[in-house]
Design a protein around this ligand. Structure first.
Ligand code: PMP
Length: 449
């Protein structure tokens, strides 16, 4: 087994640090990471581990990238931070301009914040106040999808599906209307059919038909629902969501915190469906995974509802580190790396390799479903627990994580959903190596072996 007990850093950590999700007496020790280079993380004791989940899905160009490092240092020497209330600076303005230039049309106004959850909170608050400012204050309800995950703050949790992430906070959460997601593998409508029939979309249609006059917005994770189990959608579902929002006159919020910046093979996942939302939430890979920064980008129509001589109509929301110049400068350097098109080409090759490699595992008794989109490959495993209520707490998750760590591969399964989401700079040989580890570990764990 991996032994981090001897690590001086871990010994100190255990006395003072409270880590996310790990307050169980049996939680494994944290990994003492001292250095990152490319796809690798280096431990205090010299071990090298491949970052197979891009450090919680943020890293795309690899750790310690020379161009991002240089941008960071350069900006720190000029202006490290200034409040964004009443001040502006070059990195923020340029970043806003460049985001608008590459986003789907209609997304024209950029509101900066800090991370994925705050990008979502901003979107929810803007959508809510948009209707209030427009004289329709009764539109206070959000429609969200089953299996959704939008973050850990109270608003973001409210629109997320109920799960172990939200259970303890249930009394704090506001009610939302919940529509079916296109979860092909566990679909009640078209099980056994060769193709998705989009029957699930009628659940959203029914909700909007009955309640549209009270709905502020529909919020979705386009094409790929992440923490809910790496559920990959048919693009037609997203086309249908946009059409229903148009038909019933409500706003569409695309949470692209995970999917933005190439992760699904397109710069933004909405492009798969040729759809433009009214608001989009960006974070994670916005800075190449370097620094916390988020943007909620909205249409002119949404922005214009806040134009007024009445101060009460302004959007009273602003974080201390809004539009931090160093984070903006690194985000610009990350966008530069996309310029010649080779980054997205790399993701396309990664997708093909993941598709081939993971499809070859379909025959393993443990493997129930294989899902691949862009640089994300997932296997939904059939475990005794999952047939009951398993989900995120399925015991197979920690068992697998420990087995992969022992082999030098950092993966954190979402319960019975094992996924691989490396930085795009991973080489073909490194992907093959990781796929070999996955095959070997799953074969060893399969009941038939
Ligand atoms: N939205 C989505 C789709 C996410 O996947 C996440 C994080 N996994 C968030 C929002 C929240 O982001 P953060 O952890 O940066 O607050």
């Amino acid at each position: 087994m991996t032994d981090t007990k001897a690590s001086p850093l871990v010994a100190r950590d255990r006395r003072v640090v409270w880590h996310p999700y790990t307050q169980m007496r049996t939680s494994p020790d944290p990994l003492p990471v001292v250095r990152g280079r490319g796809v690798y993380l280096y431990m205090e004791d010299g071990r090298r581990i491949l970052d197979g989940i891009s450090s919680w899905w943020v890293n795309i160009h690899g750790h310690a990238h020379p161009r991002l490092n240089a941008a960071l240092a350069r900006q720190a020497g000029e202006l490290e931070h200034v409040m964004f209330g009443g001040c502006t600076h070059e990195p923020a303005v340029t970043l806003a301009e460049r985001l608008v230039a590459i986003l789907p049309p209609r997304l024209t106004r950029v509101f900066f914040s800090d991370d994925g959850s705050t990008a979502v909170e901003v979107a929810l608050k803007v959508a809510h106040q948009y209707w209030r400012n427009r004289g329709q204050p009764q539109r206070t309800t959000f429609v969200a999808l089953e299996h959704a995950f939008h973050g850990d703050t109270v608003g973001a949790m409210s629109v997320s599906a109920r799960s172990v992430f939200t259970d303890a906070f249930e009394p704090l959460l506001f009610p939302v209307l919940r529509a079916e997601a296109p979860y092909r593998y566990r679909c009640a409508h078209c099980a056994g059919e060769p193709r998705c029939s989009l029957a699930c979309l009628s659940s959203l249609e029914r909700l909007l038909e009955a309640r549209a006059s009270e709905v502020a917005a529909v919020i979705v994770e386009p094409m790929l629902q992440g923490a809910g189990g790496m559920i990959v959608w048919p693009a037609e579902y997203l086309v249908g969501v946009r059409a229903l929002c148009d038909r019933y006159g409500t706003l569409l919020v695309a949470d692209e915190v995970l999917t933005g910046f190439g992760r699904t093979g397109r710069m933004f996942a909405c492009e798969h469906a040729g759809v433009a939302p009214d608001l989009i939430c960006l974070s994670k890979a916005l800075t190449g995974g370097y620094l916390p920064l988020a943007a909620t980008v909205v249409s002119d129509e949404v922005f214009d509802a806040f134009l007024s001589d009445d101060r009460a109509q302004a959007f009273f929301h602003g974080h201390s580190f809004t539009a931090n110049p160093i984070a903006c400068a690194v985000a610009l350097a990350s966008l530069d790396l996309f310029e010649d098109g080779r980054v997205l080409e790399r993701v396309a090759r990664l997708e093909a390799q993941l598709d081939r490699g993971l499809s070859g595992l379909r025959g393993l008794p443990l493997v129930g479903d294989v899902r691949v989109i862009g640089g994300v490959g997932a296997l939904e495993l059939v475990t005794e627990q999952r047939q009951g209520s398993g989900g995120y707490l399925d015991r197979v998750g920690p068992t697998l994580a420990a087995a992969f760590l022992e082999r030098g591969l950092l993966l954190r399964p979402l319960g019975n959903v094992l996924y691989f989401m490396p930085p795009y700079v991973i080489t073909d040989a490194e992907v093959d190596w990781a796929l070999d580890q996955i095959r070997d570990v799953l074969t060893a764990l399969s009941p038939a072996s």
